[in-house]
Design a binder for this molecule. Structure first.
Ligand SMILES: [Fe+2]
Length: 226
C-alpha cells in the first residue's frame, strides 16, 4: 500500500515563537496578578466569558505580537495565500486561566478568520488542546468508526482516520488554526492553573480595487451610529 494523502486538510500551524524568559514570565505574571478577571465563569465560557478582550493593546504583550506576526505570515503561506496582498487585524485577545478540574468544551470562534493560542509557561502541559474533525459522521461505511466497532476490533483508529487531534503544547508554542475548527481543552488535573493567551483575527485586502469577495481595508470604511 502506498501513501495516504490527506484530502482537504484543515491545517494546524504550530511553532515556537522564541520569547525570552523575561518576556514569557511577564505575561504569566500579568495573568496571575489579574487572575480574578480571567477565570472562566462556567465550564464553557468562551464566547461569553467576561475576561478583558484587549490584551493586544497592553505593552506587556508587545514582544508576543512582534514575534507572532511573522509566524502568521509563514502559516498563511502554508495555506497557499500570498501574504503580500492581505493585512491581519487582531480583533480581540484574552487570557484563559483554567483552574483545577476545569474543562473547555468544544467550540468554534465565530466572526473570526484565524485563531491563535500562545502558551507562556509549562502549565500548558497539564492538558491537551483537542481539534475535532468538522464532520466525523462522513464515514465511507456509515457508522464504521463508532466506538462499539472499535471495542470488538472491527475498526482501529489510524492517523489517517483520526477524527480528533489531541495536541500537547509546550512552553512558548504558538498554534494558528482556522477559527471555524472546533476545539476543546481537556480537564486540568493540577492545582496549578493552566494558562494560555488566545487571539482572534480578521484579514482584509491591502488594496481594494474592484468588487472582490475579501473585505476592503478598514481605512476605507465609514462607521455610523444606529
Ligand atoms: Fe477557543
Amino acid at each position: 500500500m502506498g501513501e495516504f494523502i490527506p484530502l482537504f486538510p484543515t491545517i494546524l500551524a504550530a511553532t515556537k515563537l522564541g520569547l525570552t524568559t523575561t518576556e514569557k514570565r511577564n505575561i504569566t505574571k500579568y495573568i496571575l496578578q489579574n487572575q480574578k478577571q480571567f477565570k472562566k465563569k462556567s465550564r464553557d465560557g468562551v464566547i461569553f466569558e467576561e475576561s478583558p478582550f484587549k490584551l493586544h493593546q497592553i505593552p506587556i504583550m508587545e514582544p508576543l505580537i512582534q514575534k507572532l506576526i511573522p509566524a502568521v505570515r509563514e502559516a498563511i503561506k502554508g495555506y497557499g495565500v500570498n501574504p503580500e496582498y492581505i493585512k491581519i487585524h487582531i480583533t480581540r485577545s484574552w487570557a484563559n486561566l483554567n483552574v483545577r478540574s476545569s474543562i473547555t468544551s468544544a467550540h468554534t470562534h465565530i466572526n473570526s478568520h484565524l485563531s491563535i493560542v500562545y502558551y507562556p509557561d509549562t502549565s500548558c502541559n497539564q492538558a491537551t488542546i483537542n481539534f475535532l474533525e468538522p464532520n466525523p459522521t462522513h464515514n465511507w461505511i456509515p457508522g464504521i468508526m463508532d466506538a462499539s466497532y472499535g471495542k470488538i476490533g472491527v475498526f482501529k483508529q489510524t492517523k489517517a482516520s483520526a477524527t480528533t487531534l489531541c495536541y500537547e503544547p509546550k512552553e512558548d508554542t504558538c498554534l494558528i488554526f482556522p477559527s471555524s475548527l472546533a476545539h476543546s481543552v481537556s480537564e486540568n488535573p493540577s492545582e496549578q492553573p493552566r494558562l494560555s493567551i488566545a487571539m482572534d483575527t480578521l484579514f482584509t485586502l491591502k488594496q481594494y480595487q474592484r468588487d472582490e469577495p475579501l473585505l476592503p481595508p478598514p481605512s476605507d470604511w465609514r462607521e455610523f451610529a444606529l
